[in-house]
Structures are given as C-alpha cells and as structure tokens.
Design a protein around this ligand. Structure first.
Ligand code: AMP
Ligand code: GLY
Length: 419
C-alpha cells in the first residue's frame, strides 16, 4: 500500500513511524514533513492547506491512502479534495471537521445527541458576555469559537482577564467549569462503526504542577492506571457513538479520528471538547502501544470497512512522551537553535525514540528548532515508571539552548498505589 501523510508535526512523525513498521506499507510519503519524518518517509514540499495541490500529489504518487494529520487542512476541506479525485482518505470532510473547527457547532451536535458536556452560552456582544460570566461565576471558562491551536481557551478566577479574552473574540463560548482529571480518548470511525483506542492523558499547561499558560500539550502517557476499566466502553456508548450517529443523521458523516477530550467529574464524564484528528502528544503514546498494523486500520475507516476488522490489539505495557519546547513557548517561540544528541536517544535505548515536531535541517546539515514544540521523546516499558524513566533519560541526552520541558509527566500516575 502506498500511503501519503499530510502534516509535519510530532503526530505525523508518530503516524509515519507506525506506518513504516507496517509490512503492508510499500511506500511512504509525507507533505510537508519535517527533518525527523525524512528518515522514514519521502518528503514533498506541498502546502498542507492547499487541497488541490495535495490531491494532485496523491494522484501523481498513485497513493492508495492519504492520511490528513492536522485540523487546519481538515477544516479547509483537504480530505474532500482528495476524495473527489478518487483517492481514499483518512480524515473527515470539511463539514464534519466543524466538530473541532467551531466550538458552537460541537455544542449543538452534543445537545442533539444527548452527549454530556459543560453547560454553555455562545456570545457575540459585551452584554451577552457579562450575563454569561455572571451566570456561571468563577472559575471562568472562555473559549474562542474558532481554531486556535489549543491556545484560544482561558480558564481563570479573574473576572477582568476572562472578560478581556471574551471581548477579543468575535464569537465566544462561555461555559461551566468542569472539575476533575482529564482524559483523551480517540476513536477511529468510518462514519458508522466506532472503534475506541486506548485512553491517554495530556499535560496542557506549560509548567510543572499544571501551572503556567495552556499549550498544545507538553507530554502524555498511556494507559491510565487510575481510571475505571469501564471508562472506554462507557464513553463509546454515551459520547462517541451518539456523536457519530448524529453527524450521519445530519447527512455529514464523520469518518476519521474522533478525539474526545473528557473531564471525569464527580457527576460523571463530561466532554470538554472534540477534535477531528489525532491529538498531539497523545498520539505518540497511543500508537506506541497499538499492535494492530496502522495502515489497514486507517484504510478500513476510509473505505467504510471498520465493522469487518478483528478486535484491535494492544501492548500490555506503558508509554510516556515528554515534549521539549523552544525558548519562550507558548508565547513567541525562538527558532533556529541547533539541536544535539538526537541520535543518542535510540542509540542508547531500544525502547526510546525522538519524534520531531518543529525542526528543520539548516544549510550546514545541522538540525535546528523551527517551532514552539520542537520534539517529543517517547519511550515504552512494562510499567509507566519504567517508560517514564526511559523518556526522561532520553530528554537528558538532548541539548537545545533555552528549551524547556515539564519534569512531572506521568509522575503521579507512575507512583503507587497505581503501579
Ligand atoms: P480545549 O481547547 O477546549 O481543550 O481547552 C483547553 C483546556 O482548557 C482543557 O484541556 C482544559 O484543561 C481547560 N478547559 C476547557 N474547558 C474547560 C471547562 N469547561 N472546565 C474546566 N477546564 C476547562
Ligand atoms: N493534545 C491536545 C490536542 O491535540 O489538541
């Protein structure tokens, strides 16, 4: 099978790595990719947001399957453009991707499908904003309606900060604060059949102890030893399947990866948000544990064949990933800094590897930082504690001037009584 992956972050590197290990994949391509993906796939300098260019590339390569990684091309209709040219594509249509592209649309779908989520108001005027903030009280949760790379959400006890963020958005969702641990649960779906993957937990704040601003994600681990073993079945039944059924009912079936960001509150599971694609950095740990070959799974979803697949197979072990971010991320990150020690990680440990996000190869051949989240070190082990130790040993081998990472990824979950 010839596969073309669209995107160029750590998620796409994780996807390409898994696809490169799948014996069914005979040739692997990525556009635009990054310096790390270049080691496992042939790169093509095509703009991921340009549907016609992506579709042309897929046809020219004779791709059997295109996998669209990030949300922006999905919301821009890139998967539709590929399918229109007769190429199978893993990734929802533009209309179905609105589940991520518009928080107000997601709330509407959830209400229609009876999916539990935070109560919310959609506001467009200062009066509506003040009424909503007043109705819920602190802590305030204020969300820009559109895509904002994980940074459009402000959760604060400070009314003035909440109000200022709300006023800066064209359309804003103000909602009830959800208390409790967060879980990311992905499901592969063909628009009808829903196959949940293993749950993971992401660390969204930039600093240890969940301090600092929200980021795109600073690390993740899987499995979740503290979670109820029935969680996945419950979420599949109460959240994932009803959402997929509702989108099909509306004539805009969702085929691709449905990502539910959940809060486990004292009153039960609630959806914080939906995403229309694999999450980053959770994908790094979920795919590290998936034993079922990835290409066949994604193609089955793209072609409406998921019901015919045997049950997914998983490693019993654990995986941990730690993101190394550049100086000043998530504000204005500094780029162009040289990175060293990349090859040392896997050279010293068969169970650890580096996935590139914001990297590029400079003219002198040196790999340098090119974005906010630069790379993630991923490791597996029989327990979370072992996987965690390996991931941090890998992080210690890498140098990137001014970089920072969290030191507490999976720390609580890896500590008894969970392990
Ligand atoms: P989102 O982009 O919707 O995932 O929000 C980013 C982060 O903000 C989430 O991962 C949560 O940590 C936090 N958040 C979002 N909505 C809520 C809520 N209703 N209650 C508490 N925290 C929230
Ligand atoms: N891990 C958060 C996201 O992918 O949106």
């Amino acid at each position: 099978m010839k596969v073309l992956v669209i995107g160029g972050g750590a998620r796409e590197h994780a996807l390409c790595r898994s696809l490169s290990l799948d014996p069914e994949v005979t040739s692997l391509h990525c556009a635009p990719g990054n310096a790390g993906i270049a080691e496992v796939a042939e790169l093509h300098p095509v703009d991921a947001l340009d549907g016609a260019a992506v579709a042309d590339l897929a046809v020219r390569l004779g791709a059997d399957l295109v996998v669209v990684g990030p949300e922006a091309p999905l919301v821009a209709g890139v998967a539709d453009a590929v399918r229109e040219r007769g190429v199978d594509c893993f990734g929802p249509s533009r209309e179905a991707a609105a589940l991520e592209g518009s928080k107000a649309f997601a709330k509407d779908v959830m209400a229609a499908a009876g999916v539990p989520t935070a109560r919310s108001y959609v506001c467009t005027t200062p009066e509506e904003i003040d009424t909503a903030l007043d109705a819920f009280g602190a802590p305030y949760v204020v969300k820009d309606d559109g895509l904002a790379a994980g940074k459009g959400v402000v959760v604060t006890g400070d009314l003035a900060v909440a109000r200022a963020h709300a006023l800066a958005c064209d359309r804003v969702v103000i909602e009830e604060y959800l208390d409790g641990p967060e879980v990311s649960l992905f499901a592969v779906t063909d628009g009808e059949t829903v196959l949940p993957l293993q749950p993971a937990q992401d660390f969204k704040r930039s600093l240890d102890g969940d301090e600092g601003p929200n980021t795109g994600g600073m690390g993740a681990y899987s499995p979740l030893p503290w979670a109820d073993p029935k969680l996945v079945d419950e979420v599949a039944r109460t959240v994932l399947q009803p959402t997929v059924d509702e989108l099909r009912r509306r004539g805009t079936p969702f085929a691709g990866l449905l990502y539910a960001g959940l809060a486990i509150t004292s009153r039960g599971v609630r959806v914080i948000e939906f995403n229309a694609r694999f999450g980053d950095p959770e994908t790094q740990v979920v795919l590290a544990r998936l034993r079922t070959p990835l290409a066949g799974l994604l193609r089955a979803a793209a072609t409406g064949q998921l019901a015919t697949l045997p049950e997914l197979r998983w490693s019993d072990g654990a995986a941990v990933t730690v993101v190394i971010a550049s100086h000043n991320y998530p504000d204005t990150p500094r780029t162009g800094d040289p990175i060293t020690g990349l090859a040392d990680v896997a050279a010293h440990d068969d169970h650890a590897y580096v996935l590139h996000a914001g990297t590029r190869t400079a003219q002198d051949g040196q790999i340098v930082s090119a974005g906010g989240r630069v790379l993630s070190v991923t490791a597996t082990g029989s327990t979370l504690a072992k996987a965690r130790e390996r991931a941090y040993r890998g992080v210690a081998r890498i140098t990137l001037d001014g970089s920072h990472h969290r030191t507490d990824i999976a720390a609580k979950a890896a500590t008894p009584p969970h392990q």
